[in-house]
Design a protein around this ligand. Structure first.
Ligand code: ATP
Length: 269
């Protein structure tokens, strides 16, 4: 992930059509998107936007994708950083990055700030190995003060993603900070079909490919795993110099992806 992203916002062409399933989460985001599109209309009637939205769910379920799609739907600039990026920084650099990012986002509002892996910077203070981690604590303190430093109707929405809400510093979850939680669940069988369809769009499939069957045989697969599955399958086809991906390619790819998941200790049921 490039650090340049911080300085230059991304303009996003991802939309909700790129996100399969997650209908309730999308519905909850719609309100925020409406506000970002026309902040003045909402301001006039005294409506206030939530400041911080926390996307909670297992890895690879589309949290980043949803945040990007929200920016694409609202057609606003998207500023993103990953909590883990701060881990390599010198003391004070992370805090400065946070400050600069909020400044830019406010100047260019309406806008969205997205913090991936919030837990790596937002872990409970003083709970780390060997006590405090100066850099992390400074960054976290800066984030808290930035969250407090703007009004709900300034047109900046901060979204953050985590799969470990239980280890977050409670200060992050107070009213006026990340006080709205959106759950991003593992896909159902029906959603797995939809996800497969999205990622099969640019892959020529042989007539024997039945995505319903693939969805049936992939419980425990996240969206990212399904994308990976189709990619592996197309690699098998490519290696054999075939022009189409067959069900056999997909079966082999599934076994491979599944083995990887089992190694990581993911429960396949
Ligand atoms: P992490 O916690 O690992 O950062 P995440 O929840 O942010 O994961 P994403 O990075 O959004 O997951 O998902 C990875 C990729 O998986 C996406 O870019 C997309 O291609 C695919 N994907 C995941 N969920 C979906 C979905 N619901 N619909 C379509 N594609 C999906």
């Amino acid at each position: 992930k490039s650090k340049a992203k911080l300085q230059e916002p991304e303009s996003i062409d991802t939309t909700f059509d790129d996100v399969a399933g997650l209908d309730n989460t999308k519905k909850e985001l719609t309100e925020v998107i409406e506000f970002l599109k026309e902040p003045d209309r909402f301001k006039e009637i005294g409506a206030k936007l939530p400041k911080g939205l926390l996307l909670v769910g297992p890895p690879g379920t589309g949290k980043t994708l949803l945040a990007r799609a929200a920016a694409g739907e609202a057609d606003v600039p998207f500023y993103s950083i990953s909590g883990s990026d701060f881990m390599e920084m010198f003391v004070g650099v992370g805090a400065k990055r946070i400050r600069d990012m909020f400044k830019k986002a406010k100047e260019n509002s309406p806008s969205i700030i997205f913090i991936d892996e919030l837990d790596s910077v937002g872990r409970r203070r003083g709970a780390g190995l060997g006590g405090g981690h100066d850099e992390r604590e400074q960054t976290l303190n800066q984030l808290l003060s930035e969250l407090d430093g703007f009004e709900r109707n300034e047109g900046v929405v901060v979204m953050a993603a985590t799969n470990r809400p239980d280890i977050l510093d409670k200060a992050l979850l107070r009213p006026g900070r990340f006080d709205r939680r959106l759950t991003v669940d593992m896909p159902t069988q029906k959603s797995r079909v939809e996800i497969l369809k999205i990622h099969a769009k640019n892959k020529p499939l042989a007539d024997d490919v039945d995505l319903e069957k693939v969805a049936q045989s992939t419980p425990g697969f996240s969206g990212a795993d399904l994308e990976n599955l189709l990619n592996e399958a197309s690699l098998y086809a490519g290696r054999d110099k075939r022009k189409k991906v067959t069900m056999d390619d997909i079966d082999r790819a599934r076994d491979k992806v599944m083995m990887g998941l089992e190694r990581e200790g993911v429960q396949i049921d």
